[in-house]
Ligand binder design. Structure first.
Ligand code: ADP
Ligand code: MG
Length: 274
């Protein structure tokens, strides 16, 4: 992939008037590839010349660490932003290996959940914080925690759309209905902009018949809401976080990296039709 500086930005010339596309990467199940998708998509979008911000909304701070930012040494994190103890510029940092900006998280964020309950417009805190930088980016990606908590609700209220990574396993569709119902409720009551951008099949192993069957079921059920790109199970993607580097940078020729580059291009095309 050429460096971002060498490639024209898709929205060049319009970027002052077009607000960022703000997307949650969400699925209430843990270990389904949300963080891997957030980090690699952010890095791939950056390499395609898109100005990208990654928001880590999970107290586990995996997206922060996977971006090469040590969550243990943060003096300011998204926690401070959400509860009003710091402004966006004080919290924002940059992923050195990935090239994109990051609002990092660590365990402090677990406390925010309790503190937010007593604040006014508690589900709109992230939306209000991001409004300050909506013109500075082409894409804002929000890595959500594995729950339908107040933190995830903040993500859903701040976003224009949801990207749902899912494994093609037997219970995947069942779990999806809870998330889809939550998205419908938020759309009806709190955020008329919210829509499902698409489902991304991840950790896919075509040799497993069941995965092929579930994949076909997902396609017939969700139609064009299913992304064409499919991310294979690939050990290089799993190794990259321990080096603090996005997989698409760690081994840019791996099958996993190529899938995330293809996904980024597909997403750039898809947003033009939104
Ligand atoms: P979540 O954020 O939904 O909890 P993660 O992105 O952290 O999920 O992924 C869970 C685990 O699976 C991690 O150890 C990650 O490295 C691994 N993983 C994610 N995607 C892939 C993939 N395509 N191939 C192999 N391992 C993967
Ligand atoms: Mg995660």
């Amino acid at each position: 992939m050429p460096d971002s500086a060498a490639r024209p930005r898709a929205f060049q010339g319009k970027s002052l008037t077009i607000m960022a596309h703000i997307f949650c990467v969400a699925n209430q199940k843990g270990g389904v590839g949300k963080t891997t998708t957030s980090v690699n998509l952010a890095a791939a979008l950056h390499q395609s010349g898109q100005r990208t911000l990654l928001v880590d909304l999970d107290p586990q701070g995996n997206a922060t660490m996977g971006s090469g930012i040590d969550k243990r040494t943060l003096t300011r994190s998204i926690y401070h932003l959400l509860v009003g103890l710091a402004g966006l510029d004080a919290v924002k940092t940059t992923s050195v290996p990935g090239g994109y900006d990051v609002l990092p998280a660590n365990r402090d964020l677990a406390g925010a959940e309790i503190e937010l309950v007593n604040l006014e417009r508690r589900e709109m805190r992230l939306k209000e914080a991001l409004a300050q930088c909506a013109n500075d980016y082409d894409f804002v990606l929000i890595d959500c925690p594995p729950s339908l908590s107040l933190l995830t609700l903040n993500g859903l209220c701040a976003a224009h759309g949801v990207i749902i990574p899912m494994q093609c396993e037997y219970y995947a569709l069942e779990g999806l209905s809870d998330l889809v119902n939550s998205i419908k409720k938020v759309h009806a009551n709190l955020n008329r902009d919210l829509k499902i951008i698409g489902l991304l099949r991840v950790m896919f192993d075509p040799r497993i018949t069941l995965q092929q069957q579930v994949s076909a079921q997902i396609e017939s059920h969700f139609g064009n809401k299913v992304f064409y790109a499919v991310v294979p199970r690939n050990v290089r993607l799993a190794e990259a976080p321990s080096h603090g580097v996005p997989g698409v940078v760690f081994d840019k020729t791996s099958r996993g990296a190529l899938a995330y580059f293809a996904f980024a291009e597909e997403l750039i095309e898809r947003v033009q039709t939104l």
